[in-house]
Design a protein around this ligand. Structure first.
Ligand code: SF4
Length: 260
């Protein structure tokens, strides 16, 4: 870890200690005991001029053997591959149904569904607990709803990892750069002691493009757009198709929806 970061962490020690208490309070009120308004469904429609970017993952179209979306995502974002689960860094990955939808009844779920690997990523929650607990504003919510990270501000306290109820964040326990196959100079690399996660390709959104996973998916399984625009494709899909979110009862209002 660089000297400046160590110094900053020391200086932030008191702030961090204070926020541990505050963070726990946030976690208590925001996740474990959500307010009635937040806990209702997570599907409240709040059309506004301000966009809220979101994604539908259509698992009926997603091919089990295909990893194109995670391959391109990890490649353009310089995600290291350490080759072992212990040090794994992941932005978008596949997981079992029972691990993704932990609040659903699994007793009589079809074997097909149980065995199907589900895509998982940051949900870019509309009410993100990770943002509330970050003591340095390294994690923040943009005006378009993307939950973004400023890697330079991350002090590695991992409060955000404790705050995220979806396990969407990874921590660089070891130096990531040697484990990047080919560094893409258009996106920053990280260093040891920094948290990272999916950013909905904010760098492409800012250029008027869609996330790399969406444009790469040949099956059309990923639909991306403005949840606050009633005329957007994603809204039309949501209004005509049954979708589910991960742990909607927590009141985080995930912006990622699943067709199962
Ligand atoms: Fe934060 Fe986790 Fe929600 Fe992503 S899924 S916005 S990391 S709480």
């Amino acid at each position: 870890m660089k000297k400046e970061r160590r110094d900053f962490i020391k200086q932030a020690g008191f702030v961090g200690a204070a926020v541990v208490t505050g963070g726990a309070a946030v976690v208590t009120s925001g996740i474990l005991a959500p307010t009635t308004a937040n806990a209702s469904s997570g599907h409240e429609v709040t059309d506004s001029d301000q966009p809220r970017l979101g994604m539908v993952i259509d698992m009926t179209k997603c091919k089990e053997e295909c990893n194109d979306c995670s391959d391109i995502c990890h490649s353009v974002h310089n995600v290291p591959d350490h080759g072992n689960p212990k040090d794994e860094i992941k932005w978008i990955w596949k997981n079992e149904y029972e691990r993704v939808f932990t609040d659903k009844s699994h007793q009589y779920v079809s074997q097909d569904l149980k065995q199907k690997p589900f895509l998982t990523m940051c949900n870019h929650c509309d009410d993100p607990p990770c943002v509330k607990v970050c003591p340095t504003n390294a994690t923040f919510k943009r005006n378009d709803g993307i939950v973004q990270m400023d890697f330079h501000r991350c002090i590695g306290c991992r409060f955000c990892m404790a705050g995220c109820p979806y396990g969407s964040r990874s921590f660089n326990w070891i130096e990531p750069r040697p484990a990047i196959k080919e560094i893409d100079s258009s996106f920053p690399t990280r260093e040891r002691g920094v948290v990272e996660k999916c950013n909905f390709c904010a760098e492409l959104i800012d250029k008027g493009e869609k996330p790399a996973c969406v444009t790469t998916c040949k099956e059309g399984a990923l639909i991306f757009g403005d949840l606050n625009d009633p005329n957007s494709e994603i809204r039309k899909v949501l209004e005509t198709t049954k979708t589910i979110q991960r742990k909607p009862g927590l009141g985080t209002k995930p912006s990622v929806f699943y067709v199962v």
